[in-house]
Design a binder for this molecule. Sequence first.
Ligand code: FRU
Length: 496
Amino acid sequence: MEPDTSASVSHASKLAQANDAVQRAVPQRRDRWYPAYHIAAEAGWINDPNGLCFYKGRYHVFFQHHPYGVEWGPMHWGHASSKDLVTWRAEPIALAPSLEADRDGCWSGSCVVGQDGRLYAFYTGNSLSRDPNSPLRRRQTQCVAVSDDGINFNKLGVVVPGIEPMEYFRDPKVWLQDDTWCMVVGQRSAQNHGQIALYTSTDLLAWDYSGVIYEHPDPDVYMLECPDLFELQGSWILCFSAMGMKPKGYVGRNANNAVYVVGNWKLGDTFEAKGQPKPCDAGHNYYAPQSFEAPDGRRIQFGWMHSFQFEAAEQEDGWCGQLTLPRELALKDGGIVAAQPAGEVSQILTEPREWKPFVLAANERRLMAHDLRCGYVELTLDLASSDAERAGIEVHRTPDGSHLYVAYDAQTSCIVVDRRATKRGNRGYRAAPIQSDAEQLKIHVWLDRGSIEVYANDGEQVLSELSYPSEDPCAVVLASEAGQSSIASFVLRELA
Ligand code: FRU
C-alpha cells in the first residue's frame, strides 16, 4: 500500500515550535514535587508511556506529552533515553501533529526495531471531524514513523485505517511473533463493547486484519485502551486500560483501570482468559501501562503515575504527570503477575541502614527518620508473632501532621495505603489483599518528592500514589495499632 504522507504542515517546524515552548517553560517550573528520579516532562503535561524499547545501545521511553500547557491537549510524543534504566536524559520531542490523519494528536503507541535495523514508531493519529453533520466526532487510524537514530522520526502516514472509520480505535502495540509482526489495537464495537483487534504484517507497512481476539465480558466496559499482549513464563498476559468498569471490591476503583488477565493465546486464535482481571497496580494513581522485552529477556513495564480523574497539585508548578519506575514482571502462584522495580534502579540509593529485629509495643509509634523525602524504606513484619490490628509506616510526615500511612491490616489481610491525613491532594484509601498464608509481610516503599510506590511481598501487590508534602522535613514513623508488632527488619536508604 501507499502510505499517506499528505503533510499539512512540516513536521520539523511543529517539533521546533513544541521544543521551544518547553524550553521557555522550564525556567518557570517549581520543583516542590518534581520527581528526583522518576520520568517526567521538563515542563508541561504527560500521560501514557509510549514506544518503550532498547535501540542502538539505549533504552527509549516516549510518552504522551502536551508541550503547551499543564493540561491534556493535542498530543505529542515526548522522549527520554537512558543507557542503564537508571539515569535518564531528556530528548527532543519525537512526534508532533502534522499530517491530516494526526492533526489533532499523535496518541499512544509502541516501537519495534524492524528487520532492516530501523526503529518503527506506531501511534494513533487522532483527527477531529470538521463537518458538524458527520456521524463521527473524530477518526482514529494507526500511523507509523521511522527513525535511524531513535531521536529523529520520519512520518510514513497511515498504515492501518481500520476496517471502517472509527472514533475509538487506538494504541497500537506491535511485536514480532515467530516470523509475523502482530499489532493489537483497542476498539469500541458498534454495540459499545471494549474489544482488542489483531492485525498482522510481514514488512511492518502492509497490515491484514485478523479479527477480534478479545472482548471484555463486562457490558459496562466500552473501550480497552493501551492493549498489551505478551508471553510470561509460558502463559500469555493481556493487559489493557478499561473504560467503564465499575468498582467491585478492590478492583476497578479508579475512573478507568489498568488490569491484566492471564490466559492462553496463539497466532490465529482468540485470547482464552483464565480467571478474572486483576489490577496491575491497586493504587489511586496508575494507568495506561506498557511493557517491552529488555535485551536480557526481562519483561519491563512502565505506567503513568496519575489519572485524568484526580487533582494534580503540580499543575500550579508548570508541569504535570510522571511515570512509575521500570517494573520487572514475574508470574507467581495463583496467577498473580508480580511487579518489582528493575534491579538496577537500586543504584540510585545509598547503602542500606538496617535495624536489628525489634518489637513495637501496642500503640507505639517510633520515629525512624527526621527527613526522608526521597529514598526507600523497607519493613518486614513477622506476622506469626504480631497481634496488631494494623501496623505500618507513616511517610512524608510533615510537622503539620500530613502523611500517607502504608500499613498491613491483619483483619482483612490487606496492604493499605491510607491518605486520610494528607493536607493536600485527594484523600481516601486503598486496600489490596495479600495471600494470607504469608508468614512475613515485606513492605517496600519508594519515596520521591511527589509520589510513593509501595511494593508488598515482592510485588504481589503494588500501589502507586501521588503525595504532596509541604517543604518542611518529611519524617518516617513506624506505628503499631491496638496490639504489638514484631519487626523482623527495617531498612532505610537515601538517594545516593
Ligand atoms: C490513555 C489514552 C490513550 C490515548 C492517549 C491519549 O490514557 O486515553 O487511549 O491514546 O491516552 O493521550
